[in-house]
Design a protein around this ligand. Structure first.
Ligand SMILES: CC(C)[C@H](C(=O)O)[C@@H](O)C(=O)O
Ligand code: SF4
Length: 465
């Protein structure tokens, strides 16, 4: 029988199928961060259960930490407690922990792939919704809750319903100025925040095949924003050459055998999907959100929608978003004044994102009324950026180039957009107050963010490319 990639990984990991549609699935790897792991550690300790395989996990710190130079010292009390608890728990249970200045610290979804831990065909979990990112390598990766994490600690398994599978194909040629971020934002704006609920998305087609691993991660990362449990891309030569020589990737000895095995994680031609979506990107422009969820996005040369263009079922959400965002229906989104700009996060905090940012900022100054934070996704991204001299370009442009972490993506730390200020951001969520109480967020690609920071208003990157 023909199978899609999700079915293949699933069948490879089924330990038991029960009669009520729930299966016991083996989990290969788990990532931990300071916000969602403490309760799971506490539960297994209270019940006196050991962690079955501590080497099946790695932990790092990202969400609540400071991104200032002296980040070790500038902790608020609650954040410090979270970090210290994770340090203590990982030490006690012998789980590798990537602390400040280990060389491996960073946002969990940036760190896993760049260390070569994320590999094709694996099942990967983390107490974090953007675990979908790891799907870019052909892994079945998804976020779990704290009680599920307790199960994985104790048993290395999870009880799961088999997900449905949606095939998404981007068709055409990518126009200049249009990046992976624009493609995924376009998909979400088409199918809506619940469009892929209950599904894992498989991204297919030539546009995806030509993408780097960084771009594929940006795509898979935002799968969750249209309701999907995860998103993945079948592995190919791009995947294998990215993984080769990474610190935790398998050794070269049996590399051909290994890549042959990894290549088996492909959907069979003409296999079955529960849902299929095709997106034509031939005439796509850079995307930007106008509202308070990621589906409320338009092309940058478009107009903020009017009430008459909105379907009955979306009117309430629409009106709330318009009121909150203090924008005028029917006006052009391009040209909207911004006060802050942010480049970073597990969506767009990788080296390629910093390179395109540098290309646009080089020998230019950001607008005097704009504060631009550039936050690398990990210590290795930071190191690479410095080696390439990108830090100097950022600083010369007037940006604040900071230490790795989630930073202003969710403002659970010191980095916040002030009340009443408007930010253009390379992140994945524009919920009310996401970047700070009373702040306004417009999501876009790093190129659009950089161009907008130069102009002090929402600006297409085309002018600078
Ligand atoms: C804190 C964490 C649970 C959360 C998530 O699950 O995604 C965060 O990473 C986010 O992006 O909102
Ligand atoms: S960078 Fe943002 S989206 Fe990613 S894990 Fe951190 S808070 Fe969540």
């Amino acid at each position: 029988m023909k199978k899609n990639i999700v079915e293949k990984i699933w069948e490879n990991h089924v330990i038991d199928n029960s009669s009520n549609g729930i299966s016991v699935i083996a989990i290969d790897f788990g990532f931990l961060h300071e916000v969602t792991s403490a309760q799971a550690f506490q539960t297994i300790e209270d019940r006196n259960i050991p962690i079955l395989n501590p080497k099946q996990f790695i932990a790092t710190i990202d969400h609540s930490i400071s991104t200032s130079e002296n980040r070790n010292e500038t902790f608020d009390h609650a954040a410090k407690k979270q970090v210290e608890l994770l340090r203590k728990n990982t030490k006690k249970h012998d789980i590798p922990f990537f602390d400040f200045d280990s060389g491996y610290q960073g946002i969990v979804h940036v760190v896993g792939p760049e260390l070569g831990i994320t590999q094709p065909g694996l099942t990967i979990v983390c107490g974090d919704s953007h675990t979908a990112t790891h799907g870019a390598f052909g892994a079945l990766a998804f976020g779990i809750g704290t009680s599920e994490l307790t199960h994985v600690f104790a048993t290395g398994c999870l009880l799961l319903h088999k997900p449905k599978v949606m095939k998404v194909e981007f068709k055409g040629e990518r126009p200049n100025g249009v990046f992976a971020k624009d493609l995924i934002m376009k998909l979400i704006s088409e199918i809506g925040i619940g469009g892929a609920t209950g599904h894992i998305i498989e991204y297919t087609g030539n546009v995806i095949r030509k993408m780097s691993m960084e771009e594929r991660m940006t795509i898979c990362n935002m799968s969750i924003e249209c309701g999907a449990k995860g998103g993945l891309i079948s592995p190919d030569e791009t995947t294998y050459s990215y993984l080769k020589n990474r610190p935790f990737a398998p050794s070269h000895k049996n590399w051909d055998k290994l890549t042959n095995y990894w290549s088996s994680f492909q959907s069979d031609p003409n296999c079955n999907y529960d849902t299929q979506v095709t997106i034509d990107i031939n005439h796509l422009n850079p995307m930007v959100t106008w509202g308070t969820n990621p589906s409320q996005a338009i092309e940058i040369n478009g107009f903020i929608p009017k009430d008459s263009e909105i379907s009955e079922s979306e009117k309430l959400m629409y009106q709330k978003a318009i009121d909150y965002m203090k924008i005028s229906p029917g006006t052009k989104i391009e040209g909207t004044k911004i006060d802050w700009a942010f480049i970073g996060s597990c969506t767009n905090g990788r080296i390629e994102d910093l390179r395109i940012t540098a290309e646009i900022l080089k020998n230019r100054k950001i607008h005097p009324s704009v504060t631009l934070y550039i936050v690398p996704g990990s210590e290795s991204v930071l190191k690479q950026a410095k080696e390439e001299g990108l830090d100097k370009i950022f600083i010369n442009a007037g940006a604040d180039f900071r230490m790795p972490g989630c930073s202003m993506c969710l403002a659970m730390n010191d980095d916040k957009v002030p009340n009443g200020k408007r930010c253009i951001s390379s992140t994945n969520r524009n919920f009310v107050g996401r970047q700070g109480t009373g702040s306004y967020t417009h999501l876009a690609s790093p190129a659009t963010v950089a161009a907008s920071a130069l102009e002090g208003k929402i600006t297409s990157p085309l002018k600078y490319l």
